[in-house]
Design a binder for this molecule. Structure first.
Ligand SMILES: *Cc1c(COP(=O)(O)O)cnc(C)c1O
Length: 355
């Protein structure tokens, strides 16, 4: 048995993989991959996936759920283009690689970006505090969970301005108040489903108000909302599998129960890291991500031995991102606490033998 701590594409429940595989072979007599996306059976899938997102996150009236393509990377561009108003200015928080990606794409479409808070001075190992939000901007953008550096905003940014959030790596991991946001986007492959679709939760009042002269049809969210997320051929496999995963999430108590399970997993692993003399957490205190736990070995000369120990235990995907080094344990919804126990036991035993 393998324990997948990979940062994404993510682990999903085994049952979801099985049902998805079955649908590839037989979905009402044809393969899911060969039916028309306009057929009633796929339209049902799209509608159920959208309504499960609304149910899971308690999305209020006045919002539309879309499943588009292009990943969160294209959402950097789409969000900037659709939220741009007459000021052509926006406020962005820079908490790492993905936030920077969003900043660069906003600049690329002609927005004057005010990076009003940043944690770059300490290689993004904290969440900026005492943030003063600018008021001469069209919208505010931040990244709720920083997948690479292992930091996470524990609260929504409070602002009267339109609020945009990249929730790629912590959406569905806990309860959130959707009504505080104007636009949320998330690449599916971190905590929702397979790569190929990108979830957008769009407040309908933002639609059709962009001040951008450049607005290709596919990048205008209004066109997707008007067509029920079927402007062009949607990524059917990714949407179907995401739907299965949402069914599973709701069956198991929804985001509230998932949040409790994720808290327990994070507590267990951070406790081991903090109490183990051979390891150090890369992030301290309340800024720690419950999804992606980054940690370092105090004495790297033991690295090969430790790497062998966790590999032998069936753990995969623990290698840290090159911009932090060390290790990163990604603990998305489908990772069980038993898998986390396997990791903490490996760490514990390694220290008993080598400490
Ligand atoms: C992975 C990730 C992205 C990039 O997602 P793609 O779908 O690969 O474009 C953006 N933001 C965050 C927070 C991520 O974790």
């Amino acid at each position: 048995m393998k324990h997948n701590f990979g940062a994404g594409p993510c682990i999903l429940p085994q049952q979801v993989f099985k049902e998805a595989a079955n649908a590839v072979l037989d979905f009402n007599g044809l393969s899911l991959l060969e039916i028309s996306h306009r057929s009633p059976s796929f339209v049902d899938v799209m509608e159920e996936a959208q309504s499960l997102v609304k149910e899971a996150l308690n999305v209020p009236n006045g919002y539309t759920v879309l499943f588009l393509q292009g990943g969160a990377s294209l959402a950097f561009t789409i969000s900037a283009l659709n939220m741009m108003r007459d000021k052509k200015k926006a406020g962005y928080i820079n908490t790492g690689t993905w936030a920077k990606g969003a900043i660069n794409e906003a600049k690329a479409v002609g927005i004057d970006v005010n990076v009003f808070a940043s944690s770059e001075d300490k290689n993004f190992n904290y969440i900026p505090k005492n943030i003063v939000i600018p008021n001469d901007v069209d919208f505010i953008h931040y990244t709720s969970n920083n997948t690479i550096f292992g930091t996470q905003f524990q609260k929504t940014i409070e602002t009267e301005l339109p609020l945009v959030c990249d929730m790629s790596s912590d959406i569905f991991s806990k309860k959130i108040d959707i009504s505080k946001y104007d636009l949320i986007y998330a690449g599916a492959q971190k905590n929702l489903g397979p790569a190929g679709t990108t979830l957008y939760i769009v407040k309908d009042t933002i639609l059709g108000k962009s001040s951008s002269d450049f607005m290709p049809k596919y990048l205008n969210l209004k066109n997707h909302v008007d067509k029920g997320s079927m402007l062009n051929t949607p990524p059917v496999f990714s949407i179907y599998t995401s739907m299965l995963n949402l069914r599973d999430l709701i069956k198991n108590g929804g985001v509230e129960a998932a949040g409790e399970r994720n808290n327990a997993k994070a507590e267990l692993l951070y406790h081991e890291i903090d109490s183990n003399p051979l390891f150090n957490a890369a992030v301290q205190g309340e800024d720690r991500s419950k999804m992606n736990v980054t940690f370092l070995m105090n004495d790297e000369s033991n690295k090969d031995k430790f790497d062998k120990a966790w590999n032998d235990a069936g753990i995969v995907g623990l290698k840290g991102h090159r911009s932090v080094g060390g290790y990163r344990a990604s603990m998305y919804n489908a990772l069980t606490i038993d898998s986390v126990k396997v990791l903490t036991e490996v760490m514990n035993e390694f220290t008993r033998k080598n400490g």
